[in-house]
Design a protein around this ligand. Structure first.
Ligand SMILES: C[S@@+](CC[C@H](N)C(=O)[O-])C[C@H]1O[C@@H](n2cnc3c(N)ncnc32)[C@H](O)[C@@H]1O
Length: 195
């Protein structure tokens, strides 16, 4: 069995942007502390590492994980099979914002295209219930959201503005109770649906 640690190391060597350690520890602790979390939807599979880490918390957890890039998706499918998690971690090759399902999820872990977070939220709210949790990663975008002057790249600046707008809007969104953790990983926001 390919160890998850090796998968992560390989991903980093290949410049695949996997979740930071502190962000992952936070996410796993959160799931551990909430035994009712059993059905998880992840946007942004990459090579399957985070989806498998989530499934590793408890045997009763299943993960649907969505990936737009066919090369990543193929690698994830191989990794998931080699880790013998293919009965609980299901990778889907698709644009997350177009994925249709009638399933309800306890937890949504959002880690795909940062500029589309608002779209994913509106798209998947129909698959949530009062009490479902959305966790978003990379809301600092390597410090650039709060310090856009550190990049001269126009499209990166545009994206950081979008992330900032999303962050601020979600904090005020009456449908959710939010916790903002700028110090964890690359900035993690937890939003619990209350309406
Ligand atoms: C930050 S990586 C995910 C890392 C992974 N969650 C982990 O920590 O192991 C983001 C992934 O989202 C994928 N992605 C980007 N836009 C997407 C979309 N619209 N739908 C699905 N996946 C998307 C990218 O191809 C990339 O593999």
């Amino acid at each position: 069995m390919k160890k998850l640690k090796e998968i992560r190391e390989q991903a980093i060597l290949n410049h695949v942007p996997v979740m930071m350690d502190t962000g992952m520890s936070f996410l796993l602790d959160y799931i551990r502390d909430h035994p009712s979390i059993m059905k998880v939807l992840e946007c942004g599979t990459a090579v399957g590492w985070s989806g498998m880490m989530i499934a590793g918390v408890r045997d009763n957890i299943t993960v649907d994980t969505l990936e737009i890039d066919p090369v990543m998706y193929e690698q994830a499918v191989v990794n998931i099979k080699e880790a013998h998690l293919d009965d609980r971690v299901f990778a889907h090759l698709c644009d997350a914002s177009l994925y249709q399902t009638n399933q309800y999820y306890d937890l949504f872990f959002i880690d795909a295209a940062k500029s589309q977070y608002a779209m994913y939220l509106e798209h998947f709210i129909q698959n949530s219930y009062i009490g479902s949790v959305f966790i978003f990663d990379n809301l600092n975008f390597h410090g650039m959201v709060d310090h856009p002057e550190t990049t001269n790249n126009r499209s990166t600046r545009q994206m950081t503005r979008k992330i900032l707008r999303f962050r601020e809007k979600l904090k005020l969104d009456p449908r959710f109770e939010t916790e903002w953790h700028p110090e964890i990983g690359d900035g993690v926001m937890v939003a619990i649906r209350v309406k």
